[in-house]
Ligand binder design. Sequence first.
Ligand SMILES: [Zn+2]
Length: 85
Amino acid sequence: MPIYEYACRQCGHTFERLVMPPATSAEVAPCPSCRSADLERVPSRLSVSSEASRQANVQRARKLGTKEAREKEVADLEVIAHHTD
Ligand SMILES: [Zn+2]
């Protein structure tokens, strides 16, 4: 679920909001500091959650790589077996 960072144009307060897609500015809660709805969505920085999911992808890729390597070993053994026939 995306977390967007918002900046208040009235007081400059920045805060994060968990937003259900599709997100519109009308669905975003007002500034927690001054209650203004005049908000600007700022490009999100690398959050902890996205960093964690990126690391999960790397770990999944490593697992896939290990599985492929194992399957290649099996294939090589089959080639050897056919050679001895
Ligand atoms: Zn504000």
